[in-house]
Design a protein around this ligand. Structure first.
Ligand code: HEM
Length: 325
């Protein structure tokens, strides 16, 4: 097939997959903005895009795009190297028009992939992957149960580590160079390379890439600042949102035991409900402690401190009996 057998066809595939990936990162940066403007709404969007069928189809499509883009990048690089043979080591006077990034697309791509591995471990693995595995919570090192759809809680976990910001900024720099070059060269591969349009397309690519990557960088700095202050754990609205989601899951488990109980006096069911209640209270206790350290530190800094309203951790899970069936 021409698309896969010819060099131009392969470049076209790189361009099409690249264009889709550019659209994805543009959507992603806009979605991240929600986490800055309305953090609670961001969690609602995360829940909407969780492991629902439409999100899973979109993710599978996205993964396929990444795989094709990376595989073809490797094939094209090998082809170019073979075509150049030993000459690639010879000192050549490279034309000025060949930019540094165009010669280093593979290296830049590898840095972007390395960033994405870290990113996936910090977010995707703890969120959507857990949901796919049928888990409702991700348990932190301190034993806190976080609902897997609470995006801001995972922003807190990721960006409270100082090195996260460094890794992300390096990743963004590589992504800027990679995307900027890839963006206009895709028009070139598509044959849109006349002398009037190519300089214009280069400017458009540069502007688009700079806005998207610039926004990512500003967001990462903001998240790191907020996480450093423990904002995503001590903010009452967010905390109540996490607690509500945890409460819902416990309530469902509770209802399931209630419904499977043989009678109102089913000892086994009563024991299970008692254990569940205790487990729930232990989880709530952890939530009550959440963000307290940062609050104490803030109170010392800006006295007099205003006491914050206690988190609403009351749910109907407590004080229920098995159904009388
Ligand atoms: C400040 C920077 C960023 C933050 C805070 C962030 C945050 C997130 C979050 C919360 C998720 C959702 C995980 C889930 O629901 O499973 C996610 C997924 C993802 N992110 Fe990012 N992201 C950032 C930058 C980037 C960049 C620069 C790229 C691409 C180069 C990227 C690629 C992805 C991909 C491919 C996914 C998986 C999408 C899916 O589940 O369908 N992210 N990110």
């Amino acid at each position: 097939m021409w698309l896969t057998s010819s060099s131009i066809g392969r470049k076209l595939i790189m361009s099409i997959t690249g264009a889709c990936l550019v659209l994805f990162v543009t959507f992603h940066v806009l979605m991240n903005s929600v986490a800055i403007l309305w953090p609670a709404a961001y969690n609602t969007v995360c829940a909407f895009l969780g492991a629902n069928w439409y999100a899973l189809i979109a993710c599978a499509g996205l993964a396929l795009l990444f795989v094709i883009h990376i595989l073809y990048a490797l094939v094209l690089t090998m082809q170019n190297r073979n075509a150049r043979g030993a000459d690639r080591y010879a000192v050549t006077s490279t034309p000025k028009s060949v930019e540094w990034s165009s010669k280093n697309m593979l290296v830049l791509g590898i840095v972007v992939v390395a960033f994405m591995v870290v990113h996936f471990i910090q977010f995707w693995y703890k969120m959507q992957c857990q949901e796919i595995l049928g888990h409702h919570f991700y348990e932190t090192e301190t034993g806190l149960l976080l609902p897997v759809t609470a995006g801001t809680a995972f922003i807190q976990l990721a960006f409270q580590e100082w090195w996260t910001l460094v890794v992300y900024l390096v990743g963004f720099a590589a992504l800027w160079l990679h995307m900027n070059h890839g963006f206009w060269s895709m028009f070139q591969s598509a044959g849109w390379n006349n002398t009037t349009w190519l300089p214009r397309l280069k400017k458009i690519s540069c502007a688009w890439t700079t806005i998207v990557i610039g926004l990512f960088a500003v967001q990462a700095v903001w998240f790191a600042y907020q996480a450093h202050n423990g904002e995503y754990f001590k903010n009452t609205e967010l905390k109540n949102q996490y607690i509500e989601q945890v409460g819902k899951v416990f309530q469902e488990r509770f209802n399931a035991i209630q419904q499977s109980a043989k009678s109102q006096y089913d000892q086994e069911a009563m024991k299970q409900m008692q254990d569940l209640r205790q487990e729930f209270m232990a989880v709530m206790e952890k939530y009550n402690q959440l963000g307290k350290e940062e609050e104490k530190a803030a109170a010392v800094e800006e006295t007099p401190a205003t006491p914050e309203a206690p988190a609403q951790n009351d749910t109907t899970v407590v004080n229920q009996q098995p159904a009388n069936n």
